[in-house]
Design a protein around this ligand. Structure first.
Ligand SMILES: C[S@@+](CC[C@H](N)C(=O)[O-])C[C@H]1O[C@@H](n2cnc3c(N)ncnc32)[C@H](O)[C@@H]1O
Length: 289
């Protein structure tokens, strides 16, 4: 018996998988509201294929019905679609810059509001809280830390991290100019470290989807690092508009050092330090989204 055409033609098979993936993401959005339609194809489709294989779901089309009907599988699918790699004081030079140049401006506000979008398991939010505490600003600050991945948010809210993660965290903290013993910020218990509750008390972790939800407040600083790399330009453009609307005058936006604004985004934000991904909200009347 001859094989189906797509089995003997890898290019055709890839093409079919891409068509199935498009249909899959469209259906998930239409029926469940989770919008992955404008994520970059390559990494999005690779993650979907890996999820389908891991759960032995057959083809992408066969997986579609299962994900729609099985809430547990849906949760697993959502986790599989997100990359939550992060660490405390990731890119120490960025935190050094926040410490030296952004905190003095934040200090001028009676109440400081910061949004960390795509916070993953929370390390970035706690790092910012540590900077604020060192500057004596933590008590009048609130950090809103959001993500779409419920598992990551639960881990973030626990404020508990593996003890061995503190080695890299300490190195990064020192690289950012931190001078205190990093162990001031946690207590070690067996193989876990529990972060200082004063840090946790100033952070609100909750679900917010940058692809479908809107702005929810006014902030003096927005960090959204290593999230745009997964988005297509249309989606990034949407999110840039949300950040522009969310920022107070002269508010800063911090992206990942390997991320750039879209052609529309450069009208909305001016570079403060392009190499480190630090921008300031443009006050230009024509900069309205
Ligand atoms: C690589 S992590 C970045 C974590 C942290 N910002 C950092 O730079 O270390 C990317 C995060 O973006 C989140 N994410 C992906 N799509 C999202 C969306 N549409 N809305 C909110 N968060 C999203 C993922 O769940 C993941 O936790």
């Amino acid at each position: 018996m001859s094989k189906p055409a797509e089995e003997s033609d890898p290019a055709r098979s890839r093409e079919l998988a891409a068509i199935e993936a498009e249909a899959f993401f469209y259906t998930v959005f239409e029926h469940l509201g989770y919008d992955f339609r404008h994520y970059s194809d390559a990494s999005r489709n690779r993650r979907l294929t890996a999820f389908v294989d891991r759960h032995s779901l057959g083809t992408i089309s066969e997986a579609q019905g299962r994900v729609l009907r099985d809430p547990k599988l849906l949760t697993e699918f959502l986790s599989a679609m997100t990359v939550n790699v992060t660490e405390m004081f990731r890119d120490p030079a960025v935190f050094a810059k926040i410490r030296a140049e952004l905190l003095p401006r934040l200090a001028t506000y009676p109440r400081i509001r910061i949004w960390i979008a795509g916070c993953a398991t929370g390390e970035e939010a706690y790092s910012v809280a540590i900077l604020l505490d060192e500057a004596g600003l933590l008590d009048r600050s609130t950090i809103y830390a959001t993500d779409i991945d419920g598992d990551s948010l639960r881990a973030a809210g626990s404020a508990i991290y593996p003890a061995d993660a503190m080695v890299g965290a300490t190195r990064n903290y020192q690289g950012s100019g931190g001078e205190r013993p990093f162990s001031d910020w946690y207590i070690a218990k067996y193989d876990r470290c529990i972060l200082n509750p004063a840090l946790r008390s100033r952070i609100e972790f909750f679900s917010h989807n940058l692809a479908t939800d809107s702005a929810f407040g006014e902030f003096h600083l927005v960090l959204c690092r290593n999230v745009f790399i997964y988005f297509e330009e249309t989606l990034q453009r949407r999110v840039e508009r949300i950040f522009w609307e969310s920022l107070a005058p002269f508010g800063n936006l911090v992206l990942g050092p390997r991320e750039a604004l879209t052609a529309g985004g450069v009208q909305l934000f001016k570079p403060q330090d392009r190499r480190l991904g630090i921008y300031v909200k443009s006050q230009n009347q024509h900069a309205r989204p």
